[in-house]
Write a protein that binds this ligand. Sequence first.
Ligand code: M6R
Length: 605
Amino acid sequence: MCGIIGYCGPLDAQKVLIDGLTQLEYRGYDSAGIALFDENSNIHFIKKVGKVAALKKVCEASPISSHCGIGHTRWATHGGVTSENAHPHMYGHITMIHNGIIENYQELTEAFHLKGKLLSQTDTEVSAAVLNELYKGDPLSAIRGLLSHLKGSYAFCIMFDDRPGEIYAVRNVSPLVAAYTGSGAMIASDLTALLPYSKKYFVVPEGKIIRLTAYQVSVFDICGNREAPDYMEASWNTDAAMKNGFPHYMLKEIHEQPEVLKQTVLPRLKNGLPDFTAEGIPDSMLKSVTEIRIIACGTAMHAGMVARSIIEPGLRIPVTVSIASEFRYEEPMITQNTLTIVISQSGETIDTLAALRLAASCHSPVISVVNVKGSTIARESDYVIYTHGGPEIAVASTKAYTVQIAALYLLFCRMALVRGLYTDEQARQFTSTLLKCSDTMEAMIGRKDLIREAVSHICDSPNAFFIGRGMDYAFSLEGALKLKEISYIHSEAYAAGELKHGTIALITDLVPVIAIATQKNILAKTISNIREVKARGAFVILLITEQTKTDDDLADLVIRIPETDDKFTVFPIAVVLQLIAYYTSVQKGLDVDQPRNLAKSVTVE
Ligand code: M6R
């Protein structure tokens, strides 16, 4: 949450910062601001409530010639959405931007007698004021002093008014990546802002202090000794983070799914069999674990629920799926025989990270399924399965979900193989069907018009229900989340069989119901549940496979997905659910890619 960028070099710093903030805006868009050293070494601020576009307009109207500056796009935590609370914050010698939460800011306010001296309600300004108190002309020693007072998570970029042309940065938990590019030094919350300038970058090590000048990026350990940064190479290209002719990132990312599914699966097949040698995942561990804990948030958690539906019945071992923010407080029983699987697109979700740390402290082997290379979750896991989805920019997750499921399916298949539950032939059949899901997704992308028609029955309704049983219920959860987050329609997912235990009271002829019925083993029962809502007047949109026979009066609109093994219906169904949410949002004239109150990467608890 919150996007940070810093730049020192020969280019026009104001432009570099605005371009970077535009790339990072998906991390938060309540307000945005920049601070720049001008050519006379004075610091100028520009802050605006609202999106980066508003800031850009002001900047373009009064450009500042600068080669060093910092920029921030905010997702509000402490203090409302006002220009006073927008970053950067200035206190004495210090100009600071921050992503994270300083938990002890109230104690610090008292300890450093800051009451009545602050202009904002933010924990960031408190940190700037404390740093100012400690600053006696040596930035490294003052920052070290500051860190000894702070509790919480932070990524700071700091300018000292008597050190023109220099930016300092430090982080704990909250992400930062940096690079010395062909055209200066850069630091940012994530890679997408650096990509137009460099494919080589390094993850800022926690607790180390970074100094950027026009000529270099230096890393200092806590004693002030220099360290060589550990550079890595991005596999994403600049194009991948662009809209490439699509009106929205979300639509582009929906369209990318058939391709990125193959990119995630193919490199892990050897003679058609799943193989995790490259990830170093030992078969002996996959064979010996006696239970699996899957932990994640939001869409990633829904991907875990889909995987659970095949893993537990397939391997005959208990599999639980936990919401990461709840997990730590459930006092979970985890042992070295528990395989923990954490799932995260960003690899930075703080609750998922905290859950991972808890599991690791109980000696459970941890496999993470992560999209962003080098992210904290990836680095702290015993084993990482990278999904090769490319950058996902729209706040609503789409391609990350389907590649997470694909990666988990491959892992399941490997486990079934090494545990003697699948023959080579069965495993090959499984991976070949998985690859063909690329075509079933493509087919649904081609049925956009029918899906758009369904949307006209949802758009004006304040409520919508998604129902299904078994795996179809897991899909419903994701369908409801997608619709509510970008259309603001109150959407609920319900296990179809559970409706009559209370919730069916809400079903009237004003409520559209999206019913998913792809699981043959439970089809008859799901159909009875659909009849129950239809009998209460609901407008039913039925999602079902091509060859499933239904009575004409069962639904008002039927969307059929290609016939496939029940385990794999998630892929075409996901496309339908994503497109329903997408077109609803478009039809309502909403901000599809940056829905209100949300941010892409949730790095605060
Ligand atoms: O980066 P992560 O996968 O850890 O993010 C988890 C959730 O915040 C995320 O899936 C969220 O629910 C989606 N943006 C919703 O579309």
